[in-house]
Write a protein that binds this ligand. Structure first.
Ligand SMILES: [Zn+2]
Length: 109
């Protein structure tokens, strides 16, 4: 991979880190437990709990992605970024453009 490409992915990954960290900060409140006596009716409390579940699930996914993104930044430093973790083949640019944090090629995914 050319140094320019590497720089481009590094920038993308750093943006991802701040996007995800922002989301995690912002969603903290919605992920907090639904208060039982918020004056919500039975139905809206159920909705609030469903929303909370969705936020929790999304936060779980984002946290996992954040680890992957930070890992990818480490791999750039170690000059192994863009190679598949399993077969060591080069990961396609298309794939990296869509998911810059991926560690595996299409075949090993
Ligand atoms: Zn592979």
């Amino acid at each position: 991979m050319s140094p320019n490409d590497l720089k481009r992915y590094q920038k993308k990954l750093e943006e991802l880190v701040s996007d995800i960290e922002n989301y995690l900060k912002k969603s903290k409140e919605s992920a907090a437990a639904v208060e039982p006596d918020k004056g919500l009716g039975r139905l809206s409390r159920m909705e609030a709990m469903q929303d909370q579940q969705m936020v929790l699930e999304l936060r779980r996914r984002k946290k996992r992605q954040l680890l992957d993104v930070k890992n990818a930044l480490k791999r750039i430093e170690q000059e192994v970024y863009g190679s598949c973790l399993f077969c060591a083949k080069t990961i396609s640019i298309d794939r990296l453009d869509a998911f810059p944090e991926v560690q595996t090629c299409v075949n090993c995914a």
